[in-house]
Write a protein that binds this ligand. Structure first.
Ligand SMILES: [Zn+2]
Length: 114
């Protein structure tokens, strides 16, 4: 079942601490939040990300998986991260609570350019 990170992190209020531009490329976003949602909805912690040009990157997760990712603002990974959807956090990655909490207080919005 897909849910958002908010149903996993316990907190009292719906606080928003960090706001990112929704239309930014995927890789810098992954670099910042250091989280990756897999095809099956498992949220992994990113140990390393290596970009090969601006089209593809290799992500190394804390649980030891190596995943090839294609940059696409509207691709699955971007969409899942932006909506903060997940099925469950990876048990092996042991993502610290503060990181999940931070993710739950992060929003991706459409920013107007001036
Ligand atoms: Zn993992």
């Amino acid at each position: 079942m897909t849910k958002t990170i908010d149903s996993i992190v316990k907190k009292e209020k719906d606080i928003v601490k960090k706001v990112y531009n929704k239309n930014q490329p995927l890789f810098p976003m992954l670099e910042k939040i250091k989280l990756y949602t897999s095809r099956t909805g498992v949220l992994h912690g990113i140990r390393k990300i290596r970009a090969h040009g601006d089209q593809t990157a290799t992500i190394e997760t804390h649980c030891g998986q190596t995943i090839e990712v294609r940059d696409s603002k509207n691709g699955r990974v971007s969409r899942w991260l932006r909506n903060r959807w997940l099925v469950e956090p990876c048990a092996k990655c042991k993502i610290p609570a503060w990181k999940l909490e931070k993710y739950s207080t992060t929003r991706f919005v459409k920013k107007r350019s001036r």
